[in-house]
Design a protein around this ligand. Structure first.
Ligand SMILES: Cc1cc2nc3c(=O)[nH]c(=O)nc-3n(C[C@H](O)[C@H](O)[C@H](O)COP(=O)(O)O)c2cc1C
Length: 312
C-alpha cells in the first residue's frame, strides 16, 4: 500500500520533507502544504523556495493549491508544470475561518454550483493531473453524496478524503460510511485520510479495507517521524536520530527565517513530537510559552538529556 505524508501548513516544509526523507524515509510521496495564488500571478520568494526543484530534489512531492478561482489555479498549475510537476492538488478541505471567510478551502463544499463551476474551469484546461483533497461536507456528512456526484463529473486523478466535515475540524470520529460510499461510487481512485496515528491503526484499516491502494497520514507522522519506516517493518526513532532531526531542521530554519522564527517553526513541530517522550508534558508548557531562543534550546537539551523515549 502506498503511504502519503499529508500536507501540514507550518510543519511539512521543503526543509522538513528533505530531512525527514534522509533520516527516516518510508513515505512514498509528500503532499505539500497549500500555496494560495493571488491575482497578480506571481509566486512569492517563499513559495518558490517551497516548490523549487533544488529544495525538492529526490523527494516525491505534490504541490497543493488553495483557491476559488479556476484562472488562478490554472496559472499556478502551469507554472508548477513548467517546474516539472506532473500532478497538482486542489485543496477543498482547509477549515480555518480566515480561509473559509474568503470562500476557499472547505467553504467550496457549501455551494455545489460554485464547486461545479470551479472544477469545470479547472478541468476544461488543466495540462497536469489534478487530484483533490477534500472533506466530506461543510456542516453535515449527509452532504457527501451530492458532492461525490459533482466530483464524478471530472477526471480527478485521485480523490483524497479527510472523512470529516468542516464543522468537525480535526476532532472526533471519522465517517467511514462516507469513505465506503466513495469506494463504491467514485470515478476517481480514492485515498483515505484521518486518524491513522500508529501502525495498529493502519493494520486495522487494512483489515477493514483489504486491497486499498493508498492512505495518507498527517499528525501521526508529525508526532513520530519514524512512523512510515515502522509501517514498512523498520525500527522506531532513536534518541540520536531525533536529535539529529531537530538539529538539522533547526539549523535549516535559522538560515531560512532567522532565530526567532526558526524557533517558532520548531515549537510547532515539538508540539507533535514531545509525546514520544515520557514526561514530555511537563516541559511542554515551558517550551510552548517561551519566545526566547535560549530558553527554547535549553528545553530541547533537557528533553534529550533527561527524558526517556516511550516504548511505543
Ligand atoms: C497543523 C496542520 C496543518 C495542515 N495543513 C494542511 C494543508 O496545508 N493542506 C491540506 O490539505 N491539509 C492540511 N491539514 C490537514 C492534514 O493534511 C490532514 O488532512 C489532517 O491532519 C487529518 O489527517 P491526520 O488525522 O492523519 O492528521 C493540516 C492539518 C494540521 C493539523
Amino acid at each position: 500500500m502506498e503511504l502519503y505524508f499529508a500536507p501540514m501548513e507550518g510543519v511539512t516544509t521543503a526543509r522538513f520533507r528533505r530531512v525527514h526523507r534522509e533520516l527516516f524515509g518510508g513515505a512514498d510521496r509528500y503532499y505539500m502544504p497549500f500555496i494560495s495564488p493571488t491575482s497578480d500571478h506571481r509566486f512569492t520568494p517563499r513559495e518558490l523556495r517551497e516548490v523549487g526543484e533544488e529544495n525538492n530534489a529526490g523527494v516525491s512531492a505534490v504541490p497543493q493549491i488553495l483557491t476559488k478561482s479556476a484562472g488562478d489555479f490554472l496559472w499556478a498549475a502551469d507554472g508548477l508544470a513548467q517546474m516539472g510537476y506532473a500532478e497538482v492538488d486542489l485543496n477543498l478541505g482547509c477549515p480555518s475561518a480566515t480561509v473559509t471567510a474568503k470562500g476557499k478551502g472547505a467553504a467550496l463544499l457549501r455551494d455545489g454550483a460554485a464547486l461545479d463551476r470551479l472544477l469545470d474551469g479547472i478541468f476544461s484546461r488543466a495540462q497536469v493531473r489534478v487530484s483533490v483533497k477534500t472533506r466530506i461536507g461543510y456542516g453535515d456528512v449527509a452532504e457527501f453524496p451530492a458532492l461525490l456526484e459533482i466530483f464524478n463529473r471530472y477526471p480527478i486523478s485521485e480523490l483524497i478524503l479527510h472523512c470529516r466535515t468542516r464543522r468537525e475540524m480535526y476532532a472526533g470520529e471519522v465517517h467511514y460510511e462516507a469513505f465506503e460510499l466513495a469506494r463504491r461510487e467514485s470515478r476517481a481512485r480514492v485515498c483515505f485520510n484521518g486518524n491513522l496515528f500508529a501502525p495498529a491503526d493502519v493494520a486495522a484499516f487494512r483489515g477493514r479495507y483489504p486491497g486499498e491502494r493508498a492512505v495518507m497520514l498527517g499528525r501521526g507522522a508529525a508526532a513520530d517521524p519514524a512512523l512510515f519506516r515502522r509501517l514498512r517493518g523498520g525500527p522506531g526513532a532513536s534518541r540520536e536520530e531525533l536529535q539529529t532531526f531537530h538539529e538539522r531542521l533547526y539549523a535549516g530554519y535559522r538560515e531560512d527565517y532567522g532565530g526567532v522564527n526558526a524557533m517558532r517553526r520548531m515549537k510547532e513541530l515539538w508540539g507533535f513530537i514531545l509525546g514520544l517522550f515520557d514526561g514530555g508534558e511537563q516541559l511542554r508548557r515551558k517550551m510552548m510559552r517561551t519566545e526566547d531562543t535560549g530558553v527554547f534550546e535549553d528545553c530541547v537539551a533537557d528533553v534529550f538529556a533527561r527524558l526517556a523515549l516511550r516504548d511505543e
